[in-house]
Ligand binder design. Structure first.
Ligand code: G3P
Ligand code: MG
Length: 238
């Protein structure tokens, strides 16, 4: 697969240098020259897609509670490291568009909400990015969420997220109409990279923070590195 996306992508917006999955993080990534960001999208209890990684707000905000049990109004009252808020997906998307950033949008459903999350994120992505030159790449660890995204907006590219590639990965990716594999960087070697490319898929690896390891991954054929170490693995890393 020809990789039409940036080669280095800032994880959760600004990697380790900003509060994760916030508008400030996305701004920081862009200000450091990154051309692409990854972030996680989950549905609030009222169905609003928001940018957050965990199923609870406990780790990243000053509040406590389960994301799918809270309305967006409740989530938006919380603060992240005293300076940020939980953004909506729409806010994050509009900021990316304003900054000219490409996005790897990870569909991160709360348990039991896989289908609804894949469906909502795909529909909103189609609408928000309709005039953008390059559509985001939707990815998920959940095959149910990816199938729902495929059903709702088949034209949007999809990446199959995994730690290590499962048995039968070729047929799983084919069934979900994926164009890329998004695997843990530790599971990628030259033989596997060649097999993935031979099968016609691009390769994104996460989350690579050591420049020596990043060089190994580029050498074995990774098309895209997602990193937290924005200061050590910059946008022009080769
Ligand atoms: O999408 C790549 C990476 O973000 C997957 O892991 O847990 O950081 O969302 P996680
Ligand atoms: Mg993620």
């Amino acid at each position: 697969m020809n990789w039409p996306y940036p080669r280095i992508v800032a994880h959760r917006g600004g990697g380790a240098l900003a509060p994760e999955n916030t508008l400030g993080a996305i701004r920081l990534g862009a200000s450091m020259g990154f051309k692409g960001v990854e972030f996680d999208v989950m549905l609030a209890g009222d169905g609003t897609p928001v940018i957050i990684h965990d199923e609870t707000v406990d780790r990243t905000t000053n509040g406590k509670g389960s994301v799918p049990a809270m309305t967006y109004a409740e989530l938006s009252a919380l603060t992240i490291q005293e300076k940020e808020k939980i953004p909506t997906y729409e806010e994050a998307a509009r900021l990316c568009l304003a900054l000219g950033l490409w996005a790897n949008v990870e569909i991160k459903p709360a348990k039991g909400h896989e289908l609804a999350t894949g469906d909502a994120v795909a529909r909103m992505t189609r609408e928000l990015w309709k005039d953008a030159p390059i559509a985001p790449l939707l990815s998920s660890f959940s095959p149910v969420a990816l199938a729902a995204a495929q059903e709702a907006a088949p034209e949007l590219p999809r990446g199959g997220l995994c730690d290590t590639l499962p048995e039968g990965w070729r047929s799983i990716l084919k069934q979900l109409g994926c164009t890329a594999v998004h695997c843990n960087y530790q599971s990628l070697n030259g033989k596997l990279a060649a097999e993935i490319h031979e099968a016609g898929y691009g390769i994104l690896v996460w989350t690579v923070n050591d420049p020596a390891e990043a060089r190994r991954l580029v050498a074995v054929g990774a098309d895209c590195l997602v990193t937290d170490a924005l200061d050590r693995i910059g946008p022009d890393f080769k």
